[in-house]
Design a protein around this ligand. Structure first.
Ligand code: ADP
Ligand code: MG
Length: 394
């Protein structure tokens, strides 16, 4: 829908404040920011009460904001054409707002529904999170807005509460049936750490993950493709996972322990699609636990093969990869990476690669060359360091 952060434009909280003044006529009361995220491991597990392990990107979305006393929301984003979107908070209802403004408006609605004071506000959004690349620009926008609106109008809320409100906004107001991972990552991550999140009880712990001091690089490969199968395919996989849990007599696939997998697979011998999904979910939860243990032990290099095994499982058992993601993973590994996998929902978007720092340029060059040789646009390849979660910046 044409939302695209201007590439190469330097963004910061100060720049967001200055742009706010141009749009709204005065400096903002504050500037709040929330990061995009990349999921290190734990895909298609969050709607099975399972384990995930995202980390926050250095890329962020800034919400510069001031309160209004007339109950109006005046929303503006540097990335969206069409100028200021003006709404009355009293009129907010699911389905009432279309386009990008549904995300911040949905957050205001979710806050009001949950009984938090929300008056009107002027908002200006700046971002350098790639939009629609599987790096969760939507959650960054929601969480930055949620933080801004709560701190403008009342006491600060705990980050996991903000995450749930943001997820509710995306599910019920925007109409996207996402899990809780993206918003929790944006709200709760810590610099130099990945977030080990249990989506069943929402318990979480910060697991140290700082590749650079270990002579490693974590690369994000944005394939810049997005195949249009995403929504229906996601819903179908979700329904099939529920079917698997019912067939196995458990509340969710989380309840199948790794040791029970052979029996579960045997019980599903006549249901090949469901069977493959069960195999993915159970082994993927095991991979998250394994990566967490390796990171706690400081054995960063050893997570590489686990990432690659996760990719094979998403490709073969969940069938949500695509030619470009498979190419990125194969080429990265062929060029000496320690491991690689698609990340996010699939059908395009991004892959994540762990490489030796000394070999990272060779991996990036191999990726560019391989994409060119099959006629794709060059991917965007960039190194990332696990960054902090949402916070006030001005
Ligand atoms: P992803 O979260 O993977 O980037 P989504 O499709 O979930 O992709 O969310 C992208 C949508 O979020 C955009 O189409 C737009 O509506 C909204 N959005 C994200 N970032 C911004 C921004 N900086 N300004 C305006 N809208 C944004
Ligand atoms: Mg999103």
């Amino acid at each position: 829908m044409g939302v695209r952060p201007p590439r190469g434009r330097r963004v910061s909280a100060r720049r967001a404040a200055a742009a706010f003044r141009e749009v709204h006529g005065a400096m903002p009361d504050g500037v709040w920011a929330a990061p995009g995220r990349v999921n290190l491991i734990g895909e298609y597990t969050d709607f099975n009460d399972g384990l995930v392990m995202p980390l926050a990107l250095p890329h962020r979305t800034w919400a510069a904001a001031s309160p209004r006393t007339d109950g109006r929301l005046r929303l503006h984003s540097a990335a969206a054409p069409g100028g200021v979107v003006e709404l009355r908070t009293a009129d907010l209802a699911p389905g009432a707002v279309r386009g990008w403004a549904a995300y911040p408006a949905g957050v205001a609605w979710a806050l009001r529904e949950a009984g938090h004071t929300t008056g009107g506000a002027d908002l200006h959004i700046e971002s350098d999170v790639p939009v629609g690349s599987g790096l969760s620009s939507s959650a960054a926008l929601e969480v930055a807005t949620a933080l801004a609106l709560t701190e403008l109008h009342g006491p600060a809320l705990p980050p996991d509460r903000l995450a749930r409100l943001a997820q509710h906004a995306e599910n019920a107001f925007v109409g996207v049936p996402c899990g809780i991972m993206d918003q929790t990552a944006a709200a709760c991550c810590a610099e130099g750490h990945a977030l080990h999140l249990d989506t069943r009880d929402l318990s979480r712990r910060h697991v140290p993950f700082a590749p650079d001091p270990e002579g490693l690089r974590l690369l994000v490969v944005d394939t810049r493709v997005r195949h249009d199968l995403g929504d229906g395919a996601y819903a179908r996989r979700r329904a099939d996972c529920e079917k698997g849990a019912r067939a196995l007599g458990v509340p969710s696939l989380r309840d199948i322990a790794y040791g029970q997998l052979p029996d579960a697979l045997e019980a599903l011998a006549d249901e090949p699609v469901v069977r493959a999904l069960v195999r993915h979910v159970v082994t993927e939860n095991e991979r998250v636990a394994r990566v967490a243990a390796l990171l706690v032990a400081g054995d960063l290099r050893a997570i590489g093969p686990v990432l690659s095994a996760g990719h094979a499982s998403l490709r073969d058992d969940v069938a949500v990869s695509c030619a470009e993601l498979d190419l990125a993973v194969a080429v990265a590994n062929g060029a000496g990476a320690l491991g690689a996998r698609m990340t996010g929902g699939g059908f395009g978007g991004s892959a994540v690669v762990l490489a030796e720092a000394a070999g990272a340029d060779a991996v990036a060059e191999a990726l560019t060359g391989a994409f060119a040789s099959v006629g794709h646009r060059p991917p965007h390849v960039f190194p990332v360091r696990p960054a902090a979660g949402a916070r006030r910046e001005l």
